[in-house]
Design a binder for this molecule. Sequence first.
Ligand code: HEM
Length: 490
Amino acid sequence: MLSTGRFLRTSITLSRLPPVGRLGCSPGTQRAVSCYRSDNNSCSSILLSKRGLRTASWPMPTLADRSNLFMATGRVVSVVSVGQPGILKRVHLSIFRRSTSTTASEAVASGHGRRTVDAPIVGYWTLFCASMVFGIIVWGGLTRLTESGLSIVEWAPITGAKLPTSDAAWEAEFEKYKQFPEYHKVHIGITLDDFKKIYFMEWFHRNIGRLFGVVYLVPAAYFVSKGLVSRAGIAKIGGLGLLLLGQGAMGWYMVASGLEKELGERPDAVPRVSQYRLTSHLSLAYLLYAGLSLYGWNVFRANRLVNKKIANPEVLRALLQEPAVVSYRRKITAATLLVGTTCLSGAMVAGLDAGLIYNEFPAMGLGITPPLSELWSQHFARGDPSAMWRNLTENPATVQLGHRILAMTTFFTLSALWWQGRKLPLPRAARITLHAMYGLAWMQVALGISTLVNFVPIVYASAHQANSVLLLASALGLYHSLRPLPRLVL
Ligand code: HEM
């Protein structure tokens, strides 16, 4: 992706070269040439560098008219004519000889050299992957809420993909489960049929994770090998792939924390996964979701720009550079981070089962907050006076209060931004997303309070979790729709 600014500097240098077709270069050479085509009164420059070839063309009288510029990158296959009026066309054909079209936009989108814009199919694929992550998050929440997450006590990434097929195999799995504290403290005396139900929940969660791995990696390899992804796209796909691998490993690391034998030995210990690891697992899922969505939206936007499907790009570009809009975008960025932080604090609440205390709102016990002695208790410092901070992450009352404070701050921030955004000249997509975000913020608060006052019923808690992903998506979507339009000069 090259900017017009950079290009213009290049072309000014080039235009000092003799104006009429002086072209002489061979594949791979580093050379600049310029050529004036008298037949259609256009001026063109070609810059050959080690990285490939760039061309630019504009009608002669309106050199400053940026919308007439086009630029492409590619490898020079052959340059045959020197000094002929039709020279530019011939170079184009050489570079994009695989292309069936001769328009500049299509050339960039399907050129022989490394493309600068990912193909639209890549966007459909990443958005499909994002929707899968959404489904996995919801199913993961249901697995936790039905206390099913610790039913499979081994990590077998390949062989674990199969459900036990015989009665003996089911019995063996059940026996293994009985060796761990959760059976004795939470599910004591459950029947084999009950065990099969909780086992299925966890097995399905792991298997949609496995399926996601295939749905991600196989098309990724295909798209890259077929040249449908830009260089920047390859880096993003690689980064998201690493995140995906990290997520799988983090999932098991989290489960392992709930299988520790010590949880059965200490009478006060609850056999559940560490809230830190649960939060990390959820954070990685949210990051993956956010990364995939942003990537997909970027691909669509770039393609719409390239294919001239954005009605008046220069007007939109100018609008997005308005100081008021730029300042608003910064606020939306901060608000998106705030939504993410609130989600993480919610995961801490879930990890500590802190939604099962103080089941009223806005009060917490006798006041608006519990007494300080409870919020800042020695008990959670475990005898170390310098470790009082543990109350922030291990004391259920403090963690719940933290989530309430963050949630209400988020809600009022989003409301204020909605109010401000209504009066700004935002693009249509941003305006729609803004209203959606505001509606989702109301829903999120309503669902959070309903979850709390009803002692965390599965339906409300799951809806609260699912809506948090949508809220985050809407904030990200708004941020995305306010980002400056990329300079895709063809
Ligand atoms: C912008 C507002 C909010 C956001 C973004 C948010 C986000 C979240 C998230 C992501 C979770 C973790 C869900 C899970 O892992 O299953 C959660 C849990 C929770 N939230 Fe919120 N929340 C918000 C507002 C509220 C409010 C206002 C309340 C009530 C006062 C609330 C009460 C809870 C409770 C009780 C849980 C634990 C549910 C469980 O154990 O599954 N939330 N929240």
